[in-house]
Design a protein around this ligand. Structure first.
Ligand code: PEP
Ligand code: MN
Length: 353
């Protein structure tokens, strides 16, 4: 971190800032130049309050050199993290597909969808039991019973299951859940993140509706700092001025995250775009841009779904999409593919036409 001092900064005040910094465990090194004076901070600056420094009379500006996230940072962990859920791996060059209904509605519904997405090659089953709904009058999910139905579908099909947690007091209900989802609305529920950091369950952390990539990484850092290394990040669209789609899918976040962090990154095109017919194109785009996988909503009867029917694919459309995704991935053209394989694939693509 570098502090630029104001011209003619009071030297006694500068000394007291330096003393305060030493108390924070960092060593301030002052460099007096002809134009300006700067103070470089040596040591771990992740606990330094940048806003506080910026507000001081003697400080012109503060520049962070190193990101405040250590555990999530690729600089300190160059190899991709692979999150392992039984036989399923997320990260490390594969393309993992998670599919299922927005909400668990009945045992028959979720089990039927589970079989159908499995036949299309889904690796995991999703389904909400505790639903974060904007309206208190909308369907809130089947809660405990929903988790039971989801676990029934898991027992029948063998698919690992992903479901959202909204309250840490419910944690005991998730004992047999394979991946715990933290939804967009809870991305900055720091107490929840800390408690999940103390578990050893894989966590699917979705980006908040109005959060930056760095904020997503800081939230992941909460879980990692607790000792839970199994975090999957998810880009699910952010709120912008655009109203044609439910949210704006920020596909740029995928390569940015892959560079900044070793954690796997998946994409949720369903909540991003909000319209089923646009989901396949965005799914292909997610694979092309280097995502480690996809979480997509599938319903056996979208017009009668209790939640998010408009964005839910039918099982038939899902199966066709999964096929195309696999073909595209097998071609090895995605940025996550091994460089040699990718080179070959790109050469093969160049010879087409
Ligand atoms: C969901 O995946 O069911 C969900 C509510 O998503 P998000 O938190 O991204 O809105
Ligand atoms: Mn949904």
């Amino acid at each position: 971190m570098i502090l630029l001092l104001k011209p003619n900064a009071d030297s006694r005040q500068v000394d007291s800032v330096k003393a305060w910094l030493r108390g924070q465990g960092v060593e301030p090194r002052e460099v007096i130049g002809s134009e300006a004076t700067i103070i470089g901070l040596i040591g771990d600056t992740s606990r330094i309050d940048v806003e506080l420094l910026q507000s001081l009379d003697v400080i012109e500006s503060v520049k962070r050199i190193q990101e405040p996230y250590k555990s999530a940072n690729r600089k300190f962990h160059p190899d991709d993290t692979i999150v392992t859920i039984g036989e399923v791996k997320v990260g490390g060059g594969g393309f993992t597909i998670i599919a299922g209904p927005c909400s668990v509605e009945s045992e028959a519904q979720v089990t039927d969808i589970a079989w159908r997405v499995k036949s299309g090659g889904a690796d995991m089953l999703r389904g909400g039991a505790f639903k974060p709904r904007t309206s208190p009058y909308a369907f809130q999910g089947l809660r405990e019973t929903g988790i039971d139905y989801l676990l029934h579908a898991k027992a029948e099909t063998g698919l690992p299951v992903v479901t959202e947690i909204m309250d840490i007091n419910h944690l005991d209900l998730y004992e047999h859940v394979d991946v715990i989802q933290v939804g967009a609305r809870n991305m900055q529920n720091f107490e929840l993140l800390k408690e999940l950091g103390a578990t050893r369950k894989p966590i699917l952390l979705k980006r908040g509706l109005a959060n930056t990539v760095d904020e997503l990484l800081m939230s992941a850092e909460y879980v990692l700092a607790g000792g839970n290394a199994q975090v999957i990040l998810c880009e699910r669209g952010i709120r912008t001025f655009e109203t044609q789609t439910r949210n704006t899918l920020d596909l740029s976040a995928v390569p940015v995250l892959r560079e900044k962090t070793h954690l796997p990154v998946i994409v949720d095109p369903s909540h991003a775009v909000g319209v089923a017919r646009w989901v396949p194109a965005l799914s292909m785009a997610a694979a092309a841009v280097g995502a480690d996988g996809l979480i997509v909503e599938v319903h056996n009867d979208p017009p009668h779904a209790l939640c998010d029917g408009a964005q839910s694919l039918t099982p038939e459309v899902f199966c066709a999409l999964a096929d195309r995704l696999r073909q595209m991935h097998a071609l090895g053209a995605a940025p996550t593919a091994h460089p040699r394989r990718r080179e070959g694939a790109l050469r093969a693509l160049a010879t087409l036409n």
